[in-house]
Design a protein around this ligand. Structure first.
Ligand SMILES: [Mg+2]
Length: 288
């Protein structure tokens, strides 16, 4: 099943961490990937913080030194998307202040500045902005979008669990704007192909001798044939948002049972036994 795999994409929640605590053995498995020169990226829809903040938090929890470059969040994927599709143009980004740092070097303006302009911004990005997803700001975003701005969203997650319990997520707001506009947003986080293509592109560049995160040494097999999607395995705990979504882009997928999916759920989702593993450790051990 894992023969010929040259690089790995890891989900964070349910693979490395679960309910705020590190998954047993996950940090050792990541250390093993590094030791063996297997390039990887962590892909998560968590998008309330900048990647460097997430890396620091994960580092504190596990004792591993983590470089922000190893992580792709729905926020960083959206920032990469606007840099590629709307370079040098004004953007309205509704995101938490720490996550907004992902747009450093791009022209992000405030809702008031957007409202004062005569032409619409190039793109509106809707993310996990908390109280900044106010009626006033969404109304401004709506007018920008009606006026022709591109509609970009970090993800379409409807709700998530926080210490308060079930908590409304930004996807509910995205769906509301889609309803009002009669058109769909470009989603950048999982299960969109956008984030998997970005991960593949970064891994490809790393294997070709391009930039690599501080913790990862010279990748094994670097300088060889161009990395293909089928040379990469996605390890996640969600049969649809991780495994099926990665497979649509051509990656392989292995579901681990350290998160929200039980073995019987995984079988019910149609995953064959060869694509289910107990945990990340088992997957990494099986890589040759
Ligand atoms: Mg997960």
């Amino acid at each position: 099943m894992l023969d010929g795999v040259r690089a790995v994409v890891l989900d964070a929640d349910g693979v490395l961490m679960f309910r705020g605590a590190p998954v047993a053995g996950a940090a050792e498995a990541v250390a093993d990937l590094r030791r063996r020169g297997i390039a990887y990226r962590v892909v998560t829809n968590y998008s309330s913080a900048h990647r460097t903040s997430l890396a620091a938090a994960f580092g504190r929890a596990t004792g591993l030194e983590v470089d922000g470059m190893e992580i792709i969040t729905a926020a960083s994927a959206a920032a990469t998307y606007t840099a590629q599709h709307h370079p040098g143009l004004p953007l309205l980004v509704l995101a938490a202040p720490d996550a907004r740092r992902e747009w450093q070097g791009q022209e992000v303006i405030t809702p008031a500045e957007a409202e004062a302009r005569r032409a619409p911004v190039a793109a509106v990005v809707i993310g996990d902005a908390g109280d900044d997803l106010s009626f006033a700001n969404l109304d401004i975003a709506f007018r920008q979008l009606r006026g022709g701005a591109a509609f970009v969203a970090m993800h379409r997650n409807a709700w998530w669990m926080t210490p308060k319990g079930f908590t409304l997520d930004a996807g509910a707001v995205v769906a509301g704007l889609e309803f009002a506009l009669g058109r769909k947003a470009v989603i950048c986080g999982k299960p969109s192909p956008v984030v998997f293509r970005q991960a593949l592109s970064e891994l490809r560049s790393q294997l070709a001798g391009g930039p690599r995160p501080a913790g990862q040494g010279e990748p094994r097999g670097s300088g060889g044939a161009r990395l293909r999607a089928a040379d990469v395995v996605m390890v996640g705990d969600d049969p649809r948002a991780d495994i099926a979504a990665a497979r649509r882009v051509g990656l392989r997928g292995v579901l681990v049972l350290t998160g929200k999916t039980t073995a019987s759920d995984a079988r019910a989702a149609g995953l064959p036994p060869g694509r289910i593993a107990a945990d990340l450790r088992e997957v990494v051990r099986a890589l040759r």
